[in-house]
Ligand binder design. Structure first.
Ligand code: BGP
Length: 468
């Protein structure tokens, strides 16, 4: 439906930008930080580097926050590395790590920027992984304790908390991300998933007990899934994939129960997790204040033929990998693609807003959305008109969603500043700010404003009224 009159963005709309600790900070072993599974990730895609220096934000946060202020950000979403706070995940708290995060948080607050904290963004402490990681129930308690430290330490400064970034992607594409060991059986993967859900629920409950006024929510990657055709079996396959990819995670986070279709799928797979006494009570007692979600593109699937060839080889988090007998990944012929093969679907963004709002009626916060591209600095400039187009097209759809009656708290595009991509190293850039480094040559790591910087600055200063 098109409206002649669009509703404006709310006055308090959080125009934001996003990063995560391991992708932006560097200083991977400084000041007592322990190794995470990402640091320990042995194999990187050919030609890419690791996250040891990243964008060196750890040492340059003051300069970066000054740039965010100039950009006009109302909020900034970043993650706290568990391994800085508790280097081995469940042992001693590291005072230097705790002290560190006070500095960027204070700098943000001084700059009038609302800090939005992700508590866990893919970087599980390696020491916990060595003890079974999320397949062990002990990791649930370790996360709950970590969350207590965060709430006690930063609760007076942080209003918006995100529990776990893209839990669904860690489960579905964990081997590619580096959070699931190659060959781990599905039963173990979904037991780990159950434990993450419990950990999230415990953190949610603790947050409400410890920090009056704080708001906390999950942050999965949610995209509507289209059927490849109107064939009823394709429609059913899309419905299945929506349940397995999206609603499994949000039904649990919001209502504390397993989605019935997803549960039936897990039983069929022999991967239904064991649920201990008391788990369901914890899960239902957790009440998120909002739903955060990451959106890059929609997904399209068709019916599975039942052959193993339905399962494409490992893709990444935005390229659907089919599953034999369940659904087959399909290409949407109506959508263009980025240089990295991700389809671009702004209207799917609006449809996704509607779908989440319809199901849960909780305010929505977009915590990632953006365009990865190869970029070159020329005379100190990056002319990223393609990024401006991508972001404009998506911001327009937020306004359509708002006009549909969806409550939207804010928009945090990926990424505030260039950082190391999860899959393709430093060559794949997303930021408004260019960081001058190559894959293997760190150069000076000097910051430059891209064309999209001035554009987003104008968008924010007009509260979304001028997207030109
Ligand atoms: C999301 C992750 C981010 C980021 C982004 C872009 O799944 O939450 O950490 O990496 O995707 O992905 P990539 O870096 O692979 O292009």
């Amino acid at each position: 439906m098109k409206y002649r009159q669009l509703k404006p963005f709310p006055e308090a709309f959080l125009w934001s930008g996003s990063t995560s600790a391991y992708q932006v900070e560097g200083a991977w072993d400084e000041d007592g930080k322990g190794p995470s599974v990402i640091d320990a990730r042995g194999e990187y895609p050919a030609g890419t580097t690791d996250f040891k220096v990243a964008s060196d934000h750890y040492h340059r946060f003051a300069e970066d926050v000054a740039l965010f202020k100039e950009l006009g950000l109302k909020a900034y979403r970043f993650s706290i590395a568990w391994t800085r706070i508790i280097p081995d995940g469940d042992g001693e708290v590291n005072p230097a790590g705790v002290a560190f995060y006070h500095r960027p948080i204070d700098a943000l607050i001084d700059a009038g920027i609302e800090p939005i904290v992700t508590m866990y963004h893919f970087d599980l402490p390696e020491a916990l992984d060595a003890k079974g990681g999320w397949t062990s129930r002990d990791t649930v308690d370790a996360f709950a304790r970590f969350s207590e430290v965060l709430f006690a330490e930063y609760g007076s400064k942080i209003t918006y908390w995100l529990t776990i970034n893209e839990q669904n992607m860690m489960i579905l594409y964990g081997e590619a991300i580096g959070t699931v060991k190659p060959g781990m059986p599905k039963s173990a993967v979904y037991q780990a998933n159950h434990h993450m859900m419990l950990a999230q629920a415990k953190a949610n409950i603790l947050c409400h007990q410890m920090v009056p006024g704080a708001k906390i929510g999950p942050a999965p990657n949610i995209s509507v899934c289209y059927p490849a055709t109107s064939h009823p079996e394709d429609v059913l396959a899309a419905d299945d994939f929506n349940a397995i990819r999206n609603w499994l995670y949000l039904d649990m986070a919001v209502h504390g129960r397993y989605n019935n279709v997803a549960w039936a799928y897990l039983e069929e797979l022999g991967a239904a997790p064991s649920i201990a006494e008391g788990d369901l009570e914890i899960l239902t007692n957790a009440k998120p204040d909002f739903i955060a979600f990451n959106y890059y593109t929609s997904a399209t699937v068709g019916r599975a033929s039942g052959e193993s060839s339905d399962a494409a080889s490992v893709g990444d988090q935005q390229i659907v990998v089919g599953e034999a007998g369940v659904y087959a990944g399909a290409v949407n012929p109506y959508l263009g693609k980025t240089e990295f093969g991700w389809e671009v679907d702004p209207i799917g963004f609006r449809t996704t807003f509607r779908a989440i709002w319809d199901r849960y009626q909780l305010p929505l916060l977009v915590t990632e959305n953006g365009l990865g591209a190869f970029e070159k600095l020329e005379d100190g400039k990056v002319h990223d008109s393609y990024r401006i187009d991508y972001l404009r097209d998506h911001i327009e759809q937020i306004q359509w969603a708002i006009s549909d009656g969806v409550e939207v708290l804010g928009y945090s595009p990926w990424s505030a500043i260039d950082l190391v991509s999860t899959h393709q190293g430093s060559a794949k850039r997303y930021g408004f700010i260019y960081v001058d480094r190559e894959e293997f040559d760190l150069k000076e790591l000097t910051r430059y404003r891209k064309d999209s910087f001035a554009w987003y600055q104008k968008v924010i200063s007009t509260n979304g009224a001028d997207l030109s």
